[in-house]
Design a binder for this molecule. Structure first.
Ligand SMILES: [Zn+2]
Length: 286
């Protein structure tokens, strides 16, 4: 408990950059990838179907996916209390910004207060032309699908009339690299902070997870809050085995107190700091 108190004491005073994964969004009804109910745990083939080369070459697959987007509850998901706690921490001047692996857009939806946000894998609420790179609100393409366009294409003017490129969700899928500028922006954000707080990620997807290695190399303290094992549990991080919604709620309350001794530590007795076994990385490269 002493080590946990020391960590909370540190978090109460330090500047924080949050690094968020699917575990933060499960409270919004969005399944994670590798948890017990995860998409890839239940259906390992699902990750292969998200490869961009299949999408680019197969108009029938695209038509099916556009229809799927119309009814996908992900597009109507609302931010969780944990997202609002992060906003509150930012308003209090404690959160430097957020780096997220999530494509659900819930950080940008949560907020009337815009903290620096780096969506490493993009966002489903934007469409992107695979030819010219133009980015638009996803709602515009979905509106065309509603009106009968089975496979909407890019309408950006070009010499031959319009671009006509394949439109996709502006997200990084398997087979695509994370844009280097996003990694550089994330590293620059990490440079500004004292503590990197990982929330709800198994840290098994690179290059996103390598940002944790970068933070450790820069001498940053890394606190990992996750209910299962992560790939970095035995690599010099402070691991807190806890639900990240509950953790953020407690942290939000904590920063408004004068010191941690005023904090009801009994409530945290379920949280474990002991390292657990590390899980293997399944996908080393996006
Ligand atoms: Zn285009």
């Amino acid at each position: 408990m002493n080590e946990l108190l020391q960590t909370l004491d540190r978090l109460q005073r330090a500047t924080i950059v949050a690094f968020t994964g699917a575990g933060l969004s499960t409270a919004a009804g969005i399944p994670d990838y590798r948890g017990p109910e995860g998409i890839w745990t239940k259906n390992p083939a699902a990750s292969k179907h998200s490869r961009v080369s299949h999408y680019r070459q197969d108009p029938e697959l695209r038509a099916k996916l556009w229809q799927g987007r119309l009814v996908n509850p992900l597009y109507g998901a609302q931010s969780t209390p944990g997202h609002h706690c992060l906003e509150s921490l930012a308003r209090a001047g404690r959160l430097q910004g957020v780096i997220t692996q999530n494509v659900d857009g819930l950080h940008r939806l949560s907020t009337g207060y815009h903290y620096p946000l780096i969506e490493l894998h993009g966002c489903i609420h934007e469409s992107r032309c695979l030819s010219c790179g133009d980015i638009k609100p996803m709602g515009e393409a979905l509106e065309r699908v509603v009106h009968g366009d089975r496979d909407p294409s890019c309408r950006i003017p070009s010499d031959s009339g319009s671009c006509g490129g394949v439109l996709a969700s502006n997200t990084v899928t398997f087979g695509e690299p994370v844009p280097p500028a996003r990694i550089e922006a994330a590293q620059a954000l990490i440079d500004t902070t004292e503590v990197v707080l990982v929330l709800g990620s198994t840290l098994s997807v690179n290059p996103a997870a390598r940002l944790v290695a970068f933070a450790l190399e820069q001498g940053k303290e890394v606190v990992v809050v996750n209910q299962g094992p992560t790939r970095y549990d035995d690599r010099g991080v402070i691991k807190i085995h806890a639900d990240c919604q509950q953790f953020l709620s407690e942290l939000d309350a904590l920063v408004s107190l004068p010191n941690t001794s005023a904090f009801a530590v009994e409530r945290l007795s379920d949280w474990l700091l002991a390292p657990t076994t590390s899980c293997a990385a399944e996908h080393d490269q996006r």
